[in-house]
Design a protein around this ligand. Structure first.
Ligand code: PA5
Length: 466
């Protein structure tokens, strides 16, 4: 199982000013957290509470129907293009990078066991899109378009673009074999298109927000299309659930994580650095950044008072960022709390050869493994941060597989929800994304949004690009 080591946030590790008396705060917050945990899980099946993501691990039936579809299309496609943005893409990207062999797209078909290469369209940069088109064999391409709302401009533009290209390549009559949609069961333009055109579709269930949707068809469908064992992901989630439901803070890792983040935030550590010591987990940091930022950065609290609350998440990757951000982390302001993610073991052993035995300052590396080097660097960075009184926790995974990957993301989701409770903000809405979205609609001429274009061009011309 996943483990949490929080020793390095204690006062004995980082001093009274920057650390916590964990035993004291655990007992001080036991009642509050018991209430928050109970409240969270009691909302699991409540309509309108946006907490159905807590139940996604139980949905083995969904996993079966996704697997059946993935088996049916296996071998037919050389390229899988996933079109989505934010919560509709970041979990998938994190999953593929973590769980597929590295350099997947460059691997032979035999190494990929006949599963396709994959590409994400999560941006509308025309240069990137043109580049993608130049590598796709459209006749052998499957497109999974993912949008809960079915209206997101970036995703829908990508869909319109690729649908037209596909139609040109395979003919309108064959188009439906090349498109699979993931969207709301009832609402939105995409659902209408699915019904009208008879496309294959999976659901983003009711009351599951984008950034909490990775264990729904949003993440599981593309994962299954690439041969990732999705039942193992869900088993990991299910087997961690009792721990995360526990009202005893000494058992509940997500509650511990949330409380530590909350109390350190209140001590002025407004930046939450997420730093996996595994290059394959680098994209989990991107997923975490969105989860933390969109869930916790809020103008209003639950009482509707203006609070402008929210810790700023930062992505860092061990060992790469030791030569980039760690200088700041060690010597800059005391405004950060760190979450490391470590693996007990890696899948591959790669030795460093001893090519210069006569040069002692180089030959010490020879005969050792890259895993030993990476783990030593992880320990060293953590030790230096602790010595410099920078509080940090470490999440340990026994290994990087589907089971533990599911546990890592689920723990972070529950931690985020509990952090929302402690901060007294709603972690499941994102009103701050709306204004720019609506201005975009206005600038792009969407009916009903003309007044926003007028507002921007007439009242705020200086804001617009010159
Ligand atoms: O987490 C969220 O709710 C957002 O990041 C959404 O996932 C993102 O805006 C995409 O929305 P949709 O899936 O409706 O296209």
């Amino acid at each position: 199982m996943i483990r949490l080591d929080s020793h390095n946030v204690t006062q004995s590790a980082v001093g009274a000013e920057h650390g916590l008396d964990l035993m004291a705060v655990f007992s001080q917050y036991q009642a509050t957290l018991k209430n928050d945990i109970g409240q969270l899980w009691s909302n699991k099946d409540v309509s309108g509470a946006w907490s159905r993501w807590l139940a996604l691990g139980e949905n083995t039936q969904l996993a079966q129907s996704i697997t059946a579809y993935a088996n049916k299309v296996k071998g037919q496609f050389e390229h899988l293009v996933v079109i989505g943005i934010g919560g509709s893409s970041l979990g998938g990207i994190a999953m593929f990078e973590a769980l597929l062999p590295s350099y997947w797209n460059e691997q032979s078909s035999a190494t990929r066991k006949g599963y396709p290469r994959y590409y994400f369209v999560d941006n509308v940069d025309p240069d990137k899109l043109a580049g993608l088109l130049s590598v796709l064999d459209l006749k052998r391409t499957l497109v999974n378009v993912i949008s809960k709302s079915g209206t997101t401009a970036e995703t829908m533009a990508g869909y319109l673009w690729l649908k037209e290209k596909l139609a040109e390549a395979v003919g309108a009559e064959n188009l439906s074999k090349h498109i699979v949609v993931t969207t709301d069961p009832q609402k939105g333009i995409l659902r209408k298109i699915v019904k009208k055109e008879g496309l294959t579709a999976f659901e983003v269930p009711d009351d599951v927000g984008g950034r909490f949707s990775v264990f729904s068809a949003v993440g599981l469908l593309p994962a299954a299309l690439l041969g990732i064992p999705i039942d193992e992901i869900l088993r990991g989630v299910r087997e961690l659930t009792p721990t995360l439901q526990s009202s005893d803070i000494h058992e509940n890792l997500a509650a511990q994580g949330a409380l530590i983040q909350y109390l350190l935030y209140k001590k002025g550590k407004h930046i939450s650095v997420f730093m996996p010591y595994s290059a394959k987990l680098a994209f989990v940091a991107d997923w975490y950044v969105q989860l933390w930022a969109e869930s916790l950065g809020k103008k209003y609290n639950l009482e509707k008072a203006v609070v402008h609350e929210g810790p700023t998440p930062i992505k860092a990757v061990g060992v790469t960022d030791q030569h980039s951000q760690v200088q700041l982390f060690n010597e800059g302001p005391f405004d950060k709390v760190f979450t490391f993610v470590r693996l007990d073991r890696f899948d591959h052993t790669v030795e460093i050869p001893n090519l210069y035995p006569e040069i002692a300052d180089l030959s010490y590396l020879g005969g050792q493994t890259f895993e030993t080097l990476l783990q030593a660097e992880g320990d060293a960075t953590r030790a230096s941060l602790t010595q410099n009184q920078r509080p940090n926790v470490t999440l340990y995974l026994p290994q990087l597989d589907a089971y533990h990957f599911g546990q890592l993301l689920f723990l972070l989701e529950v931690q985020t929800a509990l952090m929302g409770s402690l901060l007294q903000v709603d972690p499941f809405d994102q009103p701050g994304v709306e204004l720019a979205k609506q201005y975009t609609y206005g600038l792009m001429g969407r009916p009903g949004f003309e007044h926003l274009k007028a507002e921007l061009t007439e009242k705020q011309p200086a804001i617009l690009r010159q």
